[in-house]
Write a protein that binds this ligand. Structure first.
Ligand code: GLA
Length: 753
């Protein structure tokens, strides 16, 4: 049993493969958080939490005259609330009809069930393996008549615990929720480091690791969606923890809207981690007997450093977040026309590109922006999802047939949430655009957003997208979003409920996505937001892959994919080979290096295939063959970062089969130097006792190596133990700059013999 409850219901222990999470109700009904981390004995761990009288700490009324050491601000709790004697950042703040805000929640009951809870209208992890159990703990404030249900999904084998909260107004007066975080973990220590994933457009999810300062350490978004500035995920690391060593905690939010992640290092007790909807842009009116459900948050613990967290999240996201047909089915290798043509194409050009791509083995053609309405630039026509037959030279259905006749599946780009002022949709429904009546809204990429908090807008989108999917028999849809949400206002809600609009917008987006997933279960949806600006576990519940970044330069991508890989698996990261010189940076790299990087993502090409030489098309065909041959390893292998992109010499990462039978090592050398230093790395995930054959994937590379290296990389044999402890070095071939560019690459296959 992953969930164990003592007979009196006061001690609750959640156990996963390598972690224990414990909570305990004290004599006053306060629910203590007594442990999260490595496995312990079965003892009640509250004994270890030390409390003594502190100046200016307040005491609950019941103990105020007898025990001055008992203060909520000194107790690690399962749910810190605003207003009582806890002065740390609260997980829950409620404003009552009289303006008061104090909540005093006490334990009421708990129950454990087999299976994983699901959430209404919100994405959540699921379980088809029989691994999960659900714990529900009910807390109540009898005077204020507020009840809270904390729910925990315990995935024993996957080593992940999920948490969500339901707040119920059991009173006869309305109350306003001002803050309702999904996750609250009070650690009894403060000396941690916080690892977050920060960035901007074209530079998403770059890791930043800083010691926790005393006080608040926080990241978040108020842009209406999760955003590129901060990803809704983080790790808390024991000081000195490395990629492979030390204790680490991982957190991720199954939500795509405004979020706030707080790590508050208290000057006395320890660290409180909160993750939830951002309270700065949120308020929710709870009418009598209404309830509010928060999104779900994920947490995991590892005693093998950062990579232990990554491995757990990768497996969990692949098995318990991503769902439907495409969870296990191999994703098609695609050609997207965006960087190949931008808006400048016609139907004939697209067919020629598809023909060339088919020769190289591409399986899916994706027609990006510019196929509809008067969309010949980005100033107009968003919302007019009527095919531009003049530009295409035929109907959309005919174009799709022509592409299919070349042997490719057909996919299409949409930006469903957006609307241009210069569009027929806006002329017909100006009130559907997000704006404050009587005031000019902010523009972004010349566009506005549709008010997806409105049901009529959601229904319109479901109809419109479904029609296009049927008409063109789409097997793939790219769902883009290219601006942030501001000027928040919806005509569908009264003034006192306007604070609900941003969350209702996200619920509306989820409703449209959910309807499409149900109506078209075989449709592959890839989400995108100006590249990777909405990369989160919420979107992954509907869209198995996400375009990682508009930056397609493979050397830039090393950093972006490295950071993204800390939480999200390869099979979720869209990655394409684009033209060289690169459109974003002008950098020249070989097609081999570009493909080596893109293969560690959902693989595709994004260039004008008609401009490729025969030799390049042949190379592309070999790359696609290699990708298919190594598909399971690349997409589902255990992922290890061996040398990071900011190392002086080379970026090296590895995918190893879960049973240790083989591994692929990918290497990008940073710059060609006349007198390079040796670059060594340790191979992970193999069996110590087995022997392995080592070979370079590309035979041309081998011929260019000096003889001793040819012996090693041309079939040399080493034990798993040696590969783990002594490791390999980066081959130093006599590659000419013309052939390899400045960034030579290698792929090394290591197979058990
Ligand atoms: C965004 C996307 C790109 C492309 C363009 C089209 O920037 O990230 O991949 O689809 O929009 O306008």
């Amino acid at each position: 049993m992953a969930i164990r409850i003592s007979e009196d219901g006061r001690l609750i222990r959640l156990e996963t493969k390598t972690s224990v999470y414990q909570m305990k109700t004290d004599a006053f009904g306060t629910l203590w958080h007594t442990h999260y981390g490595e496995k312990t004995g079965e003892d009640d761990l509250s004994y270890a939490l030390y409390m003594r009288q502190r100046g200016h700490s307040c005491n609950p009324y019941e103990v105020g005259m007898t025990d001055r050491s008992y203060s909520l601000e000194l107790i690690p709790q399962e749910l810190g609330c605003f207003g009582g004697s806890d002065f740390r950042s609260p997980a829950l703040r409620v404003r009552f009809a009289d303006g008061a805000r104090t909540l005093q929640l006490r334990f009421e009951s708990c129950r454990a069930e087999n299976g994983k809870y699901a959430l209404d209208a919100l994405p959540a992890s699921y379980d088809e393996t029989g691994d999960a159990q659900t714990l529900t703990v009910r807390l109540t404030d009898a005077e204020a008549k507020i009840a809270v249900e904390l729910r925990y999904g315990v995935f024993e084998e996957a080593d992940v615990i999920t948490r969500t909260m339901r707040v119920i107004n059991e009173s006869d007066a309305p109350v306003f929720l001002e803050k309702a975080a999904s996750l609250c973990v009070d650690f009894p220590r403060g000396d941690y480091e916080l690892l977050t994933f920060c960035g901007r457009w074209a530079k998403e999810r770059i890791p930043e690791r800083l010691p926790l300062r005393q006080g608040m350490n926080a990241i978040g978004s108020t842009r209406g969606f999760s955003g590129a500035r901060f990803n809704p995920s983080a790790m808390l690391l024991e000081q000195g923890a490395t990629e492979t060593y030390g204790k680490a905690y991982g957190f991720a939010f199954v939500y795509s809207g405004d979020f706030l992640l707080e790590a508050e290092r208290d000057t006395i007790v320890g660290t409180r981690v909160l993750l939830g909807i951002n309270p700065d842009t949120f308020e929710w009116k709870l009418a009598p007997h209404e309830a509010f459900q928060t999104p779900e948050a994920l947490m995991t613990f590892s005693d093998s450093g950062i990579s232990g967290i990554s491995l757990r999240f990768h497996r969990f996201i692949s098995r318990h977040i991503v769902r439907g047909t495409w969870r296990a089915k191999p994703r098609p290798v695609l050609l997207n026309n965006w960087e190949g043509t931008y808006f400048n194409f016609d139907g004939e050009k697209l067919v020629q590109m598809a023909r060339r791509a088919a020769e190289a083995g591409v399986e899916l053609f994706v027609l990006d922006d510019g196929w509809f309405g008067a969309r010949d630039d980005d100033k107009r026509a968003l919302g007019d999802w009527t095919p531009n037959e003049k530009k295409l030279g035929c109907t959309l259905a005919e174009l799709a047939d022509r592409i299919r006749a070349e042997g490719l599946q057909f996919g299409l780009w949409f930006e469903p949430e957006a609307i241009s002022e210069d569009s027929d949709l806006y002329r017909a429904h100006p009130d559907w655009a997000v704006a404050i009546p009587g005031r000019k809204p902010s523009l972004s990429r010349y566009e506005l957003l549709l008010d997806l908090s409105r049901r009529d807008v959601q229904d319109y989108l479901i109809r419109e997208l479904s029609d296009r999917i049927r008409e063109a028999k789409l097997t793939y849809l790219k769902w883009d979003l290219n601006r942030s949400l501001c000027d928040r206002y919806t005509a569908s809600l009264p003034a006192e409920r306007q604070g609900e609009m941003p969350h209702r917008y996200i619920l509306g987006t989820y409703r449209v996505l959910d309807a499409l997933c149900k109506a078209f279960p075989d449709l592959l949806i890839e989400s995108c937001a100006s590249g990777g600006s909405r990369f989160d576990a919420g979107m992954l519940c509907y869209t198995p892959q996400i375009w990682t970044s508009d930056d397609t330069d493979p050397i830039e991508r090393l950093q972006i994919q490295h950071g993204t890989s800390m939480i999200y698996p390869v099979s979720t990261m869209g990655a394409h080979v684009s033209a060289s010189p690169n459109h974003q940076t002008g950098r020249v790299t070989s097609m081999k290096t570009r493909a080596t990087v893109a293969m560690s993502g959902t693989f595709g090409y994004e260039l004008d295939a008609t401009k490729l030489t025969d030799a390049e098309t042949a190379q592309m065909r070999r790359q696609i063959e290699t990708f298919h041959a190594l598909y399971d390893l690349l997409q589902h292998g255990d992922y290890y970062r061996l040398l990071p992109p900011d190392s002086d010499s080379a970026t090296v990462w590895e995918q190893a089969a879960c049973d240790g039978s083989r591994a692929l090592v990918n290497i990008i050398v940073h710059g060609v130097r006349p007198s390079p230093l040796e670059k060594r790395f340790l191979v992970q995930g193999l069996c110590d006792e087995k022997n392995y054959r080592i070979s370079l994937i590309d035979p041309d590379d081998l011929a260019k190596l000096p003889p001793r290296q040819q012996e090693l990389f041309g079939g040399g044999i080493l034990s798993g133990r040696t590969l783990r402890t002594v490791g390999l070095y980066v081959p130093e071939g006599a590659l000419s700059r013309e052939e390899s560019g400045d960034y030579p690459s290698y792929q090394i296959l290591i197979e058990q013999i």
